[in-house]
Ligand binder design. Sequence first.
Ligand SMILES: [Fe+2]
Length: 295
Amino acid sequence: MLTPFPQTERLEVPGALAGDLLKAAESLPLYDNKEFYAPALQEYVFDSIRDACPDGFDSLTTLIRVCLARSPYWVVVHGLRFDEGNRLFVAINRAFGELVARPYEKPRAQLVHYIQPATDMPCVGEGRESERLHTDAADWETPIELISMVCVRADRDGGGRSRVLNVEAVRDEVKNHLGTEILKRLEEPVPWQLAAYCGGGVTWRPVLTETNICWRRYTIDHALDLEGAKLSEEMLSALDAFGQVINTTKRPADFLMSEGDFLISDNTRTIHSRTSISDCDASDRLMIRSWIRAS
Ligand SMILES: [Fe+2]
Protein backbone atom coordinates (compact mmCIF):
# COMPACT_ATOMS: atom_id res chain seq x y z
CA MET A 1 0.00 0.00 0.00
CA LEU A 2 0.91 3.63 -0.24
CA THR A 3 3.40 4.91 2.27
CA PRO A 4 4.65 8.42 2.87
CA PHE A 5 8.41 8.92 2.59
CA PRO A 6 10.08 10.01 5.83
CA GLN A 7 9.77 13.60 4.58
CA THR A 8 6.15 14.71 4.97
CA GLU A 9 6.12 16.24 1.51
CA ARG A 10 6.80 13.07 -0.52
CA LEU A 11 4.62 10.10 -1.42
CA GLU A 12 5.60 6.96 -3.31
CA VAL A 13 3.03 5.11 -5.42
CA PRO A 14 3.57 1.32 -5.71
CA GLY A 15 4.24 0.07 -9.25
CA ALA A 16 1.13 -2.14 -9.33
CA LEU A 17 -1.20 0.75 -8.52
CA ALA A 18 0.56 3.04 -11.03
CA GLY A 19 0.04 0.34 -13.68
CA ASP A 20 -3.66 -0.10 -12.85
CA LEU A 21 -4.29 3.65 -12.96
CA LEU A 22 -2.52 4.00 -16.31
CA LYS A 23 -4.49 1.09 -17.74
CA ALA A 24 -7.78 2.61 -16.56
CA ALA A 25 -6.83 5.98 -18.09
CA GLU A 26 -5.86 4.42 -21.40
CA SER A 27 -9.13 2.51 -21.65
CA LEU A 28 -10.96 5.85 -22.04
CA PRO A 29 -11.26 7.71 -25.36
CA LEU A 30 -8.77 10.48 -26.11
CA TYR A 31 -10.14 13.97 -25.46
CA ASP A 32 -9.10 17.33 -26.82
CA ASN A 33 -7.70 19.78 -24.25
CA LYS A 34 -10.68 22.06 -24.90
CA GLU A 35 -13.13 19.31 -23.99
CA PHE A 36 -11.70 19.07 -20.46
CA TYR A 37 -13.19 22.51 -19.68
CA ALA A 38 -16.53 20.70 -19.30
CA PRO A 39 -17.09 19.82 -15.61
CA ALA A 40 -19.20 16.81 -16.69
CA LEU A 41 -16.28 15.34 -18.64
CA GLN A 42 -13.89 15.91 -15.73
CA GLU A 43 -16.37 14.09 -13.49
CA TYR A 44 -16.75 11.24 -15.98
CA VAL A 45 -12.99 10.74 -16.30
CA PHE A 46 -12.62 10.87 -12.51
CA ASP A 47 -15.44 8.33 -11.94
CA SER A 48 -14.18 5.96 -14.64
CA ILE A 49 -10.58 5.81 -13.41
CA ARG A 50 -11.57 5.69 -9.76
CA ASP A 51 -14.07 2.89 -10.40
CA ALA A 52 -11.31 0.77 -11.97
CA CYS A 53 -9.26 0.78 -8.72
CA PRO A 54 -11.29 2.51 -6.00
CA ASP A 55 -9.16 1.45 -3.00
CA GLY A 56 -5.85 2.50 -4.53
CA PHE A 57 -7.26 5.71 -5.98
CA ASP A 58 -8.90 6.70 -2.70
CA SER A 59 -5.88 5.90 -0.56
CA LEU A 60 -3.69 8.01 -2.86
CA THR A 61 -6.01 11.01 -2.88
CA THR A 62 -6.66 10.72 0.88
CA LEU A 63 -2.93 10.82 1.62
CA ILE A 64 -2.48 13.82 -0.69
CA ARG A 65 -5.34 15.56 1.12
CA VAL A 66 -3.68 14.90 4.49
CA CYS A 67 -0.40 16.37 3.20
CA LEU A 68 -2.12 19.48 1.80
CA ALA A 69 -3.89 20.15 5.08
CA ARG A 70 -0.69 20.34 7.10
CA SER A 71 2.47 22.39 6.79
CA PRO A 72 4.21 22.74 4.35
CA TYR A 73 0.93 22.45 2.31
CA TRP A 74 2.45 20.77 -0.74
CA VAL A 75 3.47 17.27 -1.71
CA VAL A 76 5.34 15.53 -4.53
CA VAL A 77 4.02 12.14 -5.62
CA HIS A 78 6.56 9.79 -7.20
CA GLY A 79 5.88 6.67 -9.20
CA LEU A 80 2.70 7.56 -11.11
CA ARG A 81 2.61 6.80 -14.84
CA PHE A 82 0.63 9.34 -16.82
CA ASP A 83 -1.09 8.73 -20.16
CA GLU A 84 -0.44 11.08 -23.05
CA GLY A 85 -4.06 12.19 -23.19
CA ASN A 86 -3.85 13.70 -19.65
CA ARG A 87 -6.82 11.62 -18.48
CA LEU A 88 -5.14 10.39 -15.27
CA PHE A 89 -3.91 13.92 -14.54
CA VAL A 90 -7.47 15.25 -14.86
CA ALA A 91 -8.91 12.40 -12.75
CA ILE A 92 -6.49 12.89 -9.84
CA ASN A 93 -6.99 16.66 -9.86
CA ARG A 94 -10.77 16.27 -10.00
CA ALA A 95 -10.60 14.45 -6.67
CA PHE A 96 -9.82 17.85 -5.10
CA GLY A 97 -12.29 20.06 -6.95
CA GLU A 98 -13.10 21.42 -10.39
CA LEU A 99 -10.30 22.13 -12.85
CA VAL A 100 -10.51 25.74 -14.01
CA ALA A 101 -8.48 27.99 -16.31
CA ARG A 102 -8.55 31.24 -18.20
CA PRO A 103 -10.52 30.99 -21.45
CA TYR A 104 -9.19 28.60 -24.09
CA GLU A 105 -6.61 30.18 -26.35
CA LYS A 106 -4.08 28.30 -28.46
CA PRO A 107 -1.23 27.59 -27.90
CA ARG A 108 -0.86 28.78 -24.31
CA ALA A 109 -4.05 29.03 -22.32
CA GLN A 110 -5.57 25.63 -21.91
CA LEU A 111 -7.26 23.74 -19.10
CA VAL A 112 -4.32 21.35 -18.99
CA HIS A 113 -1.78 24.11 -19.37
CA TYR A 114 1.53 23.38 -21.11
CA ILE A 115 4.46 25.25 -19.59
CA GLN A 116 7.60 25.62 -21.68
CA PRO A 117 10.49 27.97 -20.94
CA ALA A 118 10.41 29.61 -24.37
CA THR A 119 6.90 30.97 -23.79
CA ASP A 120 7.33 31.99 -20.13
CA MET A 121 6.46 35.63 -19.46
CA PRO A 122 9.46 37.97 -19.26
CA CYS A 123 9.44 40.21 -16.20
CA VAL A 124 10.35 43.82 -15.53
CA GLY A 125 14.11 43.66 -14.92
CA GLU A 126 15.93 40.41 -15.52
CA GLY A 127 14.65 36.89 -16.04
CA ARG A 128 11.14 35.50 -16.26
CA GLU A 129 8.12 36.02 -14.04
CA SER A 130 8.14 32.32 -13.12
CA GLU A 131 11.56 32.81 -11.47
CA ARG A 132 10.05 35.09 -8.79
CA LEU A 133 8.17 33.55 -5.89
CA HIS A 134 4.46 34.23 -6.39
CA THR A 135 0.95 32.85 -6.07
CA ASP A 136 -1.15 32.11 -9.17
CA ALA A 137 -4.40 33.78 -10.21
CA ALA A 138 -3.84 36.88 -8.07
CA ASP A 139 -5.90 38.63 -10.76
CA TRP A 140 -9.00 36.54 -10.00
CA GLU A 141 -11.65 37.77 -7.55
CA THR A 142 -10.94 34.62 -5.52
CA PRO A 143 -7.57 33.09 -6.45
CA ILE A 144 -7.68 29.35 -7.08
CA GLU A 145 -6.95 27.15 -4.08
CA LEU A 146 -4.77 24.40 -5.57
CA ILE A 147 -2.14 24.09 -8.27
CA SER A 148 -0.91 20.79 -9.61
CA MET A 149 1.89 20.02 -12.00
CA VAL A 150 3.44 17.02 -13.73
CA CYS A 151 6.94 16.97 -15.10
CA VAL A 152 6.83 15.58 -18.64
CA ARG A 153 10.50 16.38 -19.37
CA ALA A 154 13.05 18.02 -17.08
CA ASP A 155 15.53 20.59 -18.42
CA ARG A 156 18.55 18.61 -19.57
CA ASP A 157 20.99 21.03 -17.89
CA GLY A 158 19.24 20.74 -14.52
CA GLY A 159 17.67 24.22 -14.66
CA GLY A 160 14.09 25.00 -13.68
CA ARG A 161 14.24 23.48 -10.21
CA SER A 162 10.97 23.90 -8.32
CA ARG A 163 10.88 26.21 -5.30
CA VAL A 164 8.07 26.37 -2.74
CA LEU A 165 7.75 28.35 0.48
CA ASN A 166 4.85 28.35 2.91
CA VAL A 167 3.09 31.22 4.65
CA GLU A 168 4.53 30.51 8.10
CA ALA A 169 8.08 30.77 6.75
CA VAL A 170 7.18 33.96 4.86
CA ARG A 171 5.73 35.55 8.02
CA ASP A 172 8.87 34.50 9.87
CA GLU A 173 11.09 36.11 7.24
CA VAL A 174 9.07 39.34 7.40
CA LYS A 175 9.22 39.41 11.21
CA ASN A 176 12.98 38.78 11.22
CA HIS A 177 13.97 41.17 8.44
CA LEU A 178 11.30 43.88 8.55
CA GLY A 179 9.69 43.67 12.00
CA THR A 180 6.17 43.24 13.30
CA GLU A 181 4.99 46.71 12.27
CA ILE A 182 5.53 45.93 8.57
CA LEU A 183 4.01 42.49 9.09
CA LYS A 184 0.86 44.18 10.43
CA ARG A 185 0.82 46.59 7.51
CA LEU A 186 0.97 43.71 5.03
CA GLU A 187 -2.22 42.36 6.63
CA GLU A 188 -4.11 45.43 5.38
CA PRO A 189 -5.93 45.21 2.02
CA VAL A 190 -4.18 46.34 -1.15
CA PRO A 191 -5.61 46.62 -4.69
CA TRP A 192 -5.24 43.88 -7.30
CA GLN A 193 -6.11 44.35 -10.94
CA LEU A 194 -8.60 41.74 -12.10
CA ALA A 195 -8.04 39.97 -15.42
CA ALA A 196 -10.06 41.34 -18.34
CA TYR A 197 -11.61 37.89 -18.82
CA CYS A 198 -12.83 38.13 -15.18
CA GLY A 199 -14.52 41.42 -15.98
CA GLY A 200 -11.58 43.74 -15.19
CA GLY A 201 -11.49 46.37 -12.45
CA VAL A 202 -9.88 46.05 -9.03
CA THR A 203 -10.39 43.95 -5.94
CA TRP A 204 -8.88 44.57 -2.49
CA ARG A 205 -7.27 41.90 -0.30
CA PRO A 206 -4.18 41.68 1.92
CA VAL A 207 -0.86 40.16 0.92
CA LEU A 208 -0.67 38.25 4.20
CA THR A 209 -3.00 37.00 6.90
CA GLU A 210 -2.23 34.59 9.74
CA THR A 211 -2.94 31.68 7.40
CA ASN A 212 -2.91 32.95 3.80
CA ILE A 213 -0.67 34.62 1.28
CA CYS A 214 -1.26 36.27 -2.09
CA TRP A 215 1.66 37.75 -4.01
CA ARG A 216 2.16 38.91 -7.58
CA ARG A 217 3.59 42.40 -7.44
CA TYR A 218 2.73 43.40 -11.00
CA THR A 219 -0.97 42.73 -10.34
CA ILE A 220 -0.87 45.38 -7.60
CA ASP A 221 1.18 47.71 -9.83
CA HIS A 222 -1.37 47.36 -12.63
CA ALA A 223 -4.17 48.28 -10.20
CA LEU A 224 -2.21 51.40 -9.24
CA ASP A 225 -0.91 52.41 -12.67
CA LEU A 226 -3.76 51.37 -14.94
CA GLU A 227 -6.84 51.43 -12.72
CA GLY A 228 -6.07 54.50 -10.63
CA ALA A 229 -6.09 52.74 -7.23
CA LYS A 230 -4.19 54.59 -4.50
CA LEU A 231 -1.95 53.42 -1.65
CA SER A 232 -0.12 55.29 1.13
CA GLU A 233 3.64 55.85 0.90
CA GLU A 234 4.00 53.59 3.97
CA MET A 235 2.20 50.74 2.26
CA LEU A 236 4.15 51.19 -0.97
CA SER A 237 7.45 50.99 0.86
CA ALA A 238 6.22 47.96 2.87
CA LEU A 239 5.42 46.22 -0.43
CA ASP A 240 8.86 47.10 -1.84
CA ALA A 241 10.57 45.78 1.28
CA PHE A 242 8.43 42.63 1.21
CA GLY A 243 9.32 42.04 -2.45
CA GLN A 244 12.98 42.38 -1.60
CA VAL A 245 12.70 39.80 1.20
CA ILE A 246 10.79 37.38 -1.04
CA ASN A 247 13.21 37.76 -3.93
CA THR A 248 16.26 37.06 -1.78
CA THR A 249 15.07 34.53 0.80
CA LYS A 250 17.03 31.29 1.03
CA ARG A 251 14.17 29.50 2.81
CA PRO A 252 12.23 27.82 -0.04
CA ALA A 253 12.32 24.07 -0.54
CA ASP A 254 14.28 23.58 -3.75
CA PHE A 255 14.04 20.35 -5.75
CA LEU A 256 14.28 19.06 -9.29
CA MET A 257 11.17 17.34 -10.53
CA SER A 258 11.86 14.43 -12.82
CA GLU A 259 9.68 12.71 -15.40
CA GLY A 260 6.33 11.61 -13.98
CA ASP A 261 6.64 13.54 -10.70
CA PHE A 262 3.35 15.11 -9.63
CA LEU A 263 3.43 18.22 -7.43
CA ILE A 264 0.32 19.63 -5.82
CA SER A 265 0.35 22.72 -3.61
CA ASP A 266 -2.04 24.99 -1.75
CA ASN A 267 -1.97 28.29 -3.67
CA THR A 268 -3.40 30.18 -0.69
CA ARG A 269 -0.69 29.03 1.75
CA THR A 270 2.42 28.74 -0.40
CA ILE A 271 4.34 30.75 -2.98
CA HIS A 272 6.28 29.09 -5.76
CA SER A 273 8.78 29.72 -8.54
CA ARG A 274 11.34 27.86 -10.62
CA THR A 275 15.06 28.52 -10.82
CA SER A 276 16.45 30.00 -14.02
CA ILE A 277 17.09 28.02 -17.19
CA SER A 278 20.30 28.77 -19.07
CA ASP A 279 18.78 28.88 -22.55
CA CYS A 280 14.99 29.14 -22.48
CA ASP A 281 14.64 28.86 -26.25
CA ALA A 282 16.73 25.69 -26.44
CA SER A 283 15.39 23.93 -23.33
CA ASP A 284 12.91 21.14 -23.96
CA ARG A 285 11.62 21.21 -20.37
CA LEU A 286 7.87 20.54 -20.39
CA MET A 287 5.50 20.69 -17.43
CA ILE A 288 1.73 20.43 -17.48
CA ARG A 289 -0.25 22.33 -14.91
CA SER A 290 -3.80 22.68 -13.72
CA TRP A 291 -5.63 25.06 -11.43
CA ILE A 292 -8.18 23.54 -9.09
CA ARG A 293 -11.14 25.31 -7.50
CA ALA A 294 -11.29 23.25 -4.32
CA SER A 295 -14.56 21.60 -3.39
FE1 LIG B 1 2.96 30.21 -11.01
